[in-house]
Design a protein around this ligand. Sequence first.
Ligand code: F6P
Length: 547
Amino acid sequence: MSQLTSSLQWKSLQNLYNGKMKSAHMRDLFKNENRYCEFNVRLDNLGITFDYSKNIIDGQTMQMLFSLAQAGDVKNWTKKIFSGEKINWTEKRAVLHSALRNMSGNPVFVDGKDVMPEINEVLNKVKSFTDDLRKGKWLGKTGKKIQSVVNIGIGGSDLGPRMVCEALKYYADGPEVYFVSNIDGADIYEVLKKLDPETSLFIVASKTFTTLETITNANTARKWLVEKLGEDAVKNHFVALSTNKEKVAQFGIDTKNMFEFWDFVGGRYSVWSAIGLPIACAVGFDKFKEFLSGAYEMDQHFINTPFEKNIPVIMALLGIWYNNFFNAQSYAVLPYSQYLHRFTAFLQQSDMESNGKTIDRDSNKVDYETGQILWGEPGTNGQHSFYQLIHQGTKLIPADFIGIVNPPEKIGDHHNKLMSNYFAQTEALAFGLTKEQVIETLKKGKYSQQDMEMLTPHKVFDGNKPTNSILLDELTPKTLGALIALYEHKIFVQGIIWRVNSFDQWGVELGKVLANVILPELEEKTQNSHDCSTSSLIKQYLKLKKN
Ligand code: F6P
């Protein structure tokens, strides 16, 4: 048995689950009228209300979960991450995305060196570049103002800025920002056809500057630009965001047009770094700074708040409760905001690339479940698609409902209609509809006795489906920054308790290596041996390919 599953705290939780909680129902738990106040946190400074009363928990459950966090040394690990200890042990790296939004004025050390001066220097560079670009001082080769910015990157060099640009679209008053990530030529083809080379700027965003997808797309964009404007246009129309100066120079981008970040910033945590440049292009540097400050305030909440009122800790523990004791395989993140329509896609990388691990801190295979499958779509679209399964399917799918009290846009009577669904869904999920309630309703209709008997079980909702409600007073750069940081810390706490390294990603390597072996085969330069399925599929592809 592993250290975790043999711990007293784990066993106590298992006993609690096997005993009263496995069969507990929210209909009964809510007989406690104080429940909303007991299981609710309000952050006035950030305008965030977090209600977790609609979970299959009671006070004792929470106390035991807090003990688990205590035993997992979460406090101590929090100190380690924020102070620049190399907690990413397989890559021997510090994990300091928090330093990128450190507004305290205090130094942060890595290997005895304060990293804040470099971070602030890059921030200043982002400010002056984006100010110039937005004011029309940074011009294309032919002297025209830049109207379109194309971010070329993938994974963490795409999902974060893409999601934030969508989320803050209401505030966008800069050039149009496009994103190209897929190596499928269709992605860049469809963007290039909208662009005028004289007014376009390409941001090549890659931490390593070796990622096949990004370099292929960047080369295609470069060729397109050079064909139209000549080789010397590259310096006006290309900038790079990277940790790898050498590769940037090799690609032909002047390193003075490179915005640096560092290996203590993981790809999926890099939206706060130079990788956020497209955001500052779209909404301006001041709003980008507000975005950072929201995350900073969430960091302070996470560091300074006792577990009992600490939102990321509570969310992490509830996730563990369902993942490890109720055997929930997945969880859904459901934003009731069209602006947040990429939020779940962004979180998929943050969460699943971080905690989709099997090997623990002692290099042993875990004997418990780790990272959950995260998925979702904005409400109410999801309601007309997959909610059926959440309500009446055989699987338990805990969900986070994210809503906004005062949306940035005010148009017609949409918002109350949207929010009535937001509230109705968590109510329906928690309390369902009993057989008696169904029969009572059916009796009011013109059903035969036979039809009533047949229909009743189909119309029953068991309820007891757990949800968290996260309600933002407003969707602003600041609250968005806080929301992202909230999930980052949730992921961190879970990784600590599960004893995995949340900051490496070895699992993405094998596919990349094998693709490099197969590519020359598709270009008919080599033949390698594979299993019969892969070999036959490659043969079939080559046979059917037209050119
Ligand atoms: O998918 C693996 C990964 O390494 C991610 O962690 C990262 O965000 C992405 O590739 C892109 O990497 P880079 O920024 O180095 O191009």
